[in-house]
Write a protein that binds this ligand. Structure first.
Ligand code: JHZ
Length: 410
């Protein structure tokens, strides 16, 4: 029990800790090639549960200005799968809400404009908000007007006053990144028209736990959401959870929550809330053996990698993802086991994975250097990456998928 902490959402005093991943560097803080070993700053990474509103959250709060502004290199447009998913999402909004030139769509954490560009193409006015300057610049170049700021209630008021209220607010993979959760959600309510809809996507904490996806826990992600936690959070801030969609093949299992100003829940809401209660997700018992399972994954993967190495195999990794950083740092996988990491994101190439300092290069290195095995750190894009690396696989290269349990895929 951490009596020194209160819940980020409901303010309940005391949180129950259930997993300690040690002290790790910031997952997206990739470092230059000449950084000396041991120089990276690390922060405790511990996960806890709120017995009142059931929100899963980390205990440490690294300031967002440290996490997202300097050297934040995540660009949404490097996955074809995510681009397709986002386009479908935009088209569904346009159709369902009957959006047109008089409408107004706002996206929080609009990154490089990967999603809003679809509305722009359809003639729907948009505004992107993202504090990361390089991504915001890329969005502007994509024709997506973008404010380089953190979203919260003050900015929501300012936009509402200057531009009017929004028909649609989209917030994908951002609600987990916010320390002041209530201020953030109150901002949605402030900016939304009475008839408008907010859609929020985030990995589902049920799947994180059930699939052993411990590596999606890192300092950028303050919270890990269930429907029950989102329902309570929305109501506390003037919104209602009205619909839930499940996207199984995105980030290991994602939910899209639809929030609005009227309380008109569809059957999906009742059914998810009931299921979470029936599964025991509102109780610490559900999370208790997670640490044991995570240690099992660590031991299994380290045994596998060390065994392969001892037999003379060469090993690389695919995806300098934030989750990859949690995994290699928690497990202590360095250049003694993995020679290099490949990543399609040109901004990451030439840098080193934080902490363990494995060099990052372009994906062509797999065919050039033909490692016998490649640890798939971006396992959430398994189908896309395996298909794209068909030639490497035909040349004998094999992938290792780390979760839910280490597995070799020829
Ligand atoms: P990816 C991201 O986490 C970012 P990360 C963020 N923190 C978040 O909240 C979660 O998602 C949900 C590369 N790649 O997206 C691109 C290829 O090289 O799984 C990325 O660097 N080739 C906001 O960072 C990395 O892999 C490819 O074909 O854990 C994937 O990172 C593809 C598809 C990706 O997430």
């Amino acid at each position: 029990m951490r009596d020194d902490l209160t819940c980020r959402s409901c303010g309940e005093p005391g949180l129950t800790s259930f997993l300690d991943l040690g002290s790790t560097p910031l997952s997206d803080a990739l470092v230059p090639g000449d950084t000396p070993a041991g120089a990276d700053e690390t922060f405790p990474l511990e996960v806890a549960f709120c017995r009142n509103c059931s929100l899963v959250q980390i205990t440490e709060e690294v300031p967002p200005s440290k996490l997202f502004v300097d050297n934040y290199l995540y660009f949404s447009s490097f996955s074809d799968h995510l681009l397709r998913h986002s386009r479908e999402n935009a088209l569904a909004h346009i159709e369902r809400q009957g959006l047109g030139p008089e409408s107004f769509v706002v996206e929080v954490a609009s990154n490089d404009g990967y999603l809003l560009k679809n509305f722009v193409e359809a003639g729907v006015p948009v505004l992107g908000i993202d504090p990361a300057p390089t991504q915001a610049e890329a969005a502007e170049a994509n024709g997506v007007p973008t404010l380089t700021e953190f979203f919260g209630i003050d900015l929501a008021r300012r936009i509402a006053a200057e531009r009017g209220k929004a028909d649609v607010i989209i917030a994908n993979n951002v609600m987990a990144h916010v320390p002041d959760l209530n201020g953030f959600v109150a901002g949605y309510a402030e900016l939304l028209k009475d008839t408008g809809v907010v859609t929020v996507e985030n990995p589902y904490v049920r799947d994180l736990i059930d699939h052993g996806a411990f590596d999606t826990i890192y300092h950028e992600h303050f919270c890990y959401f269930s429907c029950s936690a989102v329902n309570a959070l929305a109501r506390r801030n003037g919104l209602f959870l009205n619909h839930v969609e499940y996207v199984p093949d995105l980030h290991g299992g994602t939910l899209r929550w639809h929030l609005g100003k009227r309380d008109e829940p569809s059957e999906t809401v009742r059914s998810y809330l009931r299921e979470e209660q029936d599964k025991g997700m509102l109780d610490i018992g559900y999370y208790k053996d997670f640490a044991t399972r995570v240690h099992g994954i660590r031991d299994g993967l380290l045994d596998l990698l060390r065994g392969l190495k001892a037999q003379g195999n060469t090993i690389a990794a695919y995806g300098a993802a934030a989750k990859g950083s949690t995994l290699v740092n928690f497990m202590g996988i360095g250049t003694d086991l993995v020679d290099f990491v490949v990543d399609r994101n040109v901004h990451k190439q030439g840098l080193l994975m934080p902490g363990v300092h494995i060099p990052i290069v372009g994906p062509e290195a797999l065919l050039e250097r033909k490692p016998d095995y490649t640890l798939l750190l971006a396992w959430n894009f398994k189908d896309e990456i395996l298909a794209q690396q068909d030639e490497y696989r035909r040349a004998g290269g094999q992938f290792i998928v780390p979760v839910p349990e280490p597995q070799v895929v020829a």
